[in-house]
Design a protein around this ligand. Sequence first.
Ligand SMILES: Cc1cc2nc3c(=O)[nH]c(=O)nc-3n(C[C@H](O)[C@H](O)[C@H](O)COP(=O)(O)O)c2cc1C
Length: 159
Amino acid sequence: MPFDHRELRNAFGCFATGVTIITTLDRNAEKIGITANSFTSLSLDPPLVLFCVADKINSFEAFEACRHFNVNVLNEEQVDLSNNFARSSDDKWDGIAHGVGRNGCPLFDGALATLECDKHAMYEGGDHLIIVGKVTDMSYDRSNGRPLLYFQGDYARLA
Ligand SMILES: Cc1cc2nc3c(=O)[nH]c(=O)nc-3n(C[C@H](O)[C@H](O)[C@H](O)COP(=O)(O)O)c2cc1C
């Protein structure tokens, strides 16, 4: 039974999530970054996480080809950063302060947690590609603020 996409989005959007920026490097070592709320932890042993990348976005090929990526779990003060990486643009990285992980991919100061990953597996998922990563390095700071949330198509904060 075909569903109206707007209706599907509305239903899916009832599931509240955190917000991440996933970063990698493309074949020319250019920085790539997208805001993603499809991130989820997957396995403790081995340590696996996953996210899903839409097949229509400019960054798709870079994520499909990459060997490493980083997950930046955003705090509630990082709405502007989230918006910046939620749009298609050539100047996404202009003026954006960031560090670099051991794997060479960008990391953001102030994130609640960062996870450096080796690509572990990929699976087809309809109009998305499911990318599984094995965590090779991580950092987190429980006192570094509160999470940025996404619910029903908008940002939200913990009450
Ligand atoms: C809160 C939020 C969550 C998002 N989650 C995802 C996601 O999980 N996967 C995805 O492919 N795009 C997601 N997007 C959209 C991408 O961030 C956006 O399409 C991407 O930045 C496009 O960049 P590009 O065309 O330069 O690759 C999300 C956007 C927002 C605002």
